[in-house]
Design a protein around this ligand. Sequence first.
Ligand SMILES: Nc1nc2c(ncn2[C@@H]2O[C@H](COP(=O)(O)OP(=O)(O)O)[C@@H](O)[C@H]2O)c(=O)[nH]1
Ligand SMILES: [Mg+2]
Length: 217
Amino acid sequence: MMNSNKMTINLALFGMTQSGKSSAGNIILGSTDFHSSFAPCSVTKDCSLGRSCHFHSFMRRGGQEVTLQVQVLDTPGYPHSRLSKKHVREEVREALAHHFGQEGLHLALLVQRADVPLCGQEESSPVQMIQELLGHAWMNYTAILFTHAEKIEEAGFSEDEYLREASDTLLTLLNSIQGRYIFQYRKGNSLSEQRLKILERIIEFVKENCYQVLTFK
Ligand SMILES: Nc1nc2c(ncn2[C@@H]2O[C@H](COP(=O)(O)OP(=O)(O)O)[C@@H](O)[C@H]2O)c(=O)[nH]1
Ligand SMILES: [Mg+2]
C-alpha cells in the first residue's frame, strides 16, 4: 500500500517446521514478536501478524523520501507434526484474506534451511502449499530465504558454489521464481546489519515486480 510518502510492504513466511520462519520474521521486523525456539515437533498452530517500526527515509520514490513499514505473517510450519495439510492450508488462507485481502501480499518467502537439500516436489512440500494458496501467479510473488547460511561458509563453499551444486529441484524452483533468493547468516553481522541486507533484497524484488500485489478474497 502506498500513499504519498509512506509505504507498507506485506510479506508471508512459508516453510517446514524448524526451518527458521519465526526467527527470520523477527530479524525482518527487528522484534521478538514471534515465538522462535528449538523444538522436536511443530509448535505453532496459528498464523500471526507482526509489524515493524517505521523506517524513515529508507528509500526514495518519485523524488520523495519514503517511510517504510513491513508487515510479516508468520504461519504454522508445513508439513506439520500435528495438523493435516488441509487444516494448515485453511488456517493460512483465512489469515491471508484477513490481513492482506485488500492491501495485498508483496512477497511470499519460502524459508529453507541452507543445510537441508530441497528434494523432489512431493505432495507434502511447502512449495506446493504456496502454489495452492497463491494460485497461478505464485512464481511472480515468491522468493527463497535460506537460513543457516553460515553452514555454507563453514563447509568452505561460496554462495555461488552452493547454488551451482544445488539439487535439481532447487535449481528448477529458483529458475521458476526468476532467481529470487536471500541468504541469512547467523554469524558476525549484528542483527540490524542482517535486517538491512535482507530488507534491501526484499525491496529490490518488490521494485522489480513494480510494487504489484496479490490480493485474496
Ligand atoms: N544457526 C542458526 N540457527 C537458526 C537460524 N534460523 C533459525 N535458527 C534456529 O532454529 C530453531 C527454529 O527456528 P524457528 O524460527 O522457531 O523455526 P520455525 O519453526 O520455522 O518458526 C531456533 O532454535 C532458531 O534459533 C539460522 O539462520 N542459523
Ligand atoms: Mg515458528
